[in-house]
Design a protein around this ligand. Sequence first.
Ligand SMILES: [Zn+2]
Length: 440
Amino acid sequence: MYSMLFVRCLRKIPPMSKSNSSNQNQKFQTGKNHRHSYLKPSGGRTNLMRGPVYDSIFLRDSCTCELCVDPSTKQKTFQTSDIPADILAVKELGPSKTSVTLKWQNDLPGYPESHRTRFPADTVNRSYADWQSFQRVKQDERVRWDQEKMLEDVKYIEFDDWMHDDHGLFAGLQMLDTHGLLFLKNVPPSEQSVEVIISRIGSLRDTFYGRTWDVKSKVDAKNVAYTHQFLGLHMDLLYMANPPYLQLLHSLHAKAPGGESIFSDSLLAADTIRNTDYASFRVLKNLPVLHHYKNDNQHYRFERPTFEMRSLQGLGNVRGASGKYARNMMDYVNWSPPFQGPFIFPNGDKKFREYHKAACMFSDLVNSESAIFEKRLEEGECVIFNNRRVLHARRAFDPSKGSRWLKGAYVDEDVFRSRLRVLTEKYDPHGALQNSFFLR
Ligand SMILES: [Zn+2]
């Protein structure tokens, strides 16, 4: 809500020609336009209707003084809806050229006459810098990969580096962000290791499969994963409203021959379809597909399109290439044939044929020899992959010739993003600024 408001306002601001630092000494002044008061850089356009302006309500809402944001909890102490519509920002004259102080006419009830809102110039300019950064963010920074590309880029991180070196952890999380696939090696042969690995990111995602779960061949399996058969490319738990983002699989036993893991980048396939057959792309982004799990006293179901595009309400009118790009951004791909439920189509509806054609195209692309990255998980290795992007599969194995045992667990996207943001701010502040709006 906050950033949306911010952007809605910033949208009106023409780009500044110089970088953030060169604006440090800019003076600010308020102007009046009918009922509203505005704050604008004095170096900007003078036409209040067209120039860079900040609305009084917006400015009041942005106050971060100790009365408005609790210093301990960092929580906002008032509601945006508490701000009177007729509030007016009045610039207090002072000697400072590097900050602006505002006092308020018709402030929120209960605020003292002495309430002041101070914006250091770099905070005001920071919003310009953010805006400029956004304009530079013209392309999706996720790296599309096929087999050849992943053979070049594949990353193995030592368990010890993951655990004890924040740079190692950051490198791993960045790889997950850009490629959605990462391997750890020399992981201790303990059933607790996946939980220990996740503790570096945050809390794990519990599901009805348990906090962690075992992938072993079982008699009477309730899920095809728990057999020794070939398991085709899929994603996990798409029948849930919020499917897990990261999946971890730690190899504890790898004595049985076979059972190689296979990974494929769904974004690459989606791009190919977008660029070669837009009608099919449209079908896959519009037609909801049901995934369900009804078994063993559980009944989950959820419908979503194969290609899940980002909805950017409030940002849809952003002009320029970046706005166009933002509207076309794909957040997730949803593909899990073993858990697909029945479609409901009226007899003879041609949409089903269109879906069938598009689904064949997608399946052929992700399964093609050149697309798949195959890797046998040896004992002591752990794979981490983005379950909302990277498809995974497993070749059949022979359980009569030895045991195969993987320990698995999930992590939610929020948990992953939080850790990545904290580490990005620490080690790559410029990246943090760039990513603050649009790239998740
Ligand atoms: Zn305040």
